[in-house]
Design a protein around this ligand. Structure first.
Ligand code: PRT
Ligand code: ZN
Length: 292
């Protein structure tokens, strides 16, 4: 449907909204907001964004109303655990990280999943919780709520909860302790399993390739240093995710070389200290703006 433009569903407001727009901007698409606030159009590519409640995004993509969507893996996984299909995860996007965890009141004597036997567990993720309990061979009753799950134990509506946790502050404020994680989540790009029109497919492929480039360049650094020729093997070992570094001659020095490398993983102070220890000097770490 809908002409030759690629349609992407993103969250209208909430934890993923701003970062989703930022990612699309970093991928080089210049966006103009529609008068209604519910949509954006790219000026420099045939792409339209629709701003929706996050819970509606999987259905819109599965039904083919949107071609792609950005949503928490938790939302996608809950739908899949309930038997929903029609879409799949294309890639993780590196923001909106959280975990779906089972938490109990602080005084509870938790000794592994068996301790959940016979409890009432409140959650907004009944399908994922049911699947976890079935796989662990535990019988517990699931109290499905729409939100504010963390207050359920205090109100005696449940003995434990299963909810998303990021900093842990909400659990702590409610006297709860996370005991086990049933899903690691972050924002993901989802795509409908339906075949796209060839022109729209091309637009989707370019966008996905740019998203990969943005994700890769976030942690990646360009590292330069001088080093004794004899230390090259050791230095290549220390550089995180660098592959084979570029080695350049230094004018008037046979014993020293310049080493340049693109590190795909984070470069920490510890990495620099190890390089120095191996004999490197004049170490520079530079950000990478784009990478493909
Ligand atoms: O209006 P709409 O339906 O679109 O938004 P929403 O209210 O359903 O979702 P929103 O914006 O709260 O979250 C969107 C997505 O962000 C989620 O689906 C997750 O993928 C992701 N995310 C990341 C989180 C959290 N971190 C998170 N901490 N979603 C919710 N929380 C809640 C959690 O449920 C708990 O109430 O924050 C509280 C815990 O946070 P901490 O930091 O105290 O541990
Ligand atoms: Zn929601």
């Amino acid at each position: 449907m809908n002409s030759q433009r690629l349609h992407i569903a993103i969250q209208k407001s909430g934890r993923l909204a701003e970062r989703s727009l930022e990612l699309i901007g970093s991928a080089g698409y210049r966006l103009t907001k529609s008068a209604s606030d519910l949509a954006y159009s790219a000026e420099n590519a045939p792409i339209d964004l629709w701003c929706l409640r996050d819970d509606d995004i999987p259905t819109f993509v599965a039904d083919g109303v949107a071609d792609l969507g950005i949503v928490g893996r938790n939302v996608l996984a809950e739908r899949a655990a309930g038997g929903g299909n029609g879409l799949h995860e294309v890639m993780a996007l590196g923001f909106g990280r959280c975990r779906l965890s089972i938490a109990t009141p602080a005084g509870f004597d938790y000794r592994g999943p068996q301790s959940l036997q016979g409890l009432r567990i409140a959650t907004t993720y009944p399908n994922l919780l049911a699947r976890y309990l079935a796989e662990a061979g535990i019988e517990a009753s699931i109290v499905t709520m729409r939100g504010a799950v963390e207050v359920a134990p205090r109100l005696k509506l449940a003995d434990a909860i299963c909810d998303l946790v990021s900093t842990g502050a909400t659990l702590e404020a409610n006297g709860l302790v996370a005991q086990t994680t049933i899903l690691e989540s972050e924002a993901v790009l989802v795509r409908s399993t339906r075949k796209l029109d060839a022109g729209v497919e091309r637009v989707a492929e370019i966008l996905e390739s740019r998203f990969r480039g943005v994700a890769a360049s976030q942690d990646a650094k360009y590292v330069m240093m001088n080093a004794p020729r004899s230390a090259l093997a050791r230095i290549a070992e220390i550089l995180p995710g660098a592959g084979a570094p570029t080695v350049l001659a230094l004018a008037g020095r046979d014993d020293l070389v310049a080493v340049h490398a693109v590190c795909q993983e984070s470069v920490f102070w510890e990495t620099l200290e190890a390089l120095k220890e191996a004999g490197a000097s004049a170490i520079l770490v530079l950000p990478i703006e784009k990478m493909m």
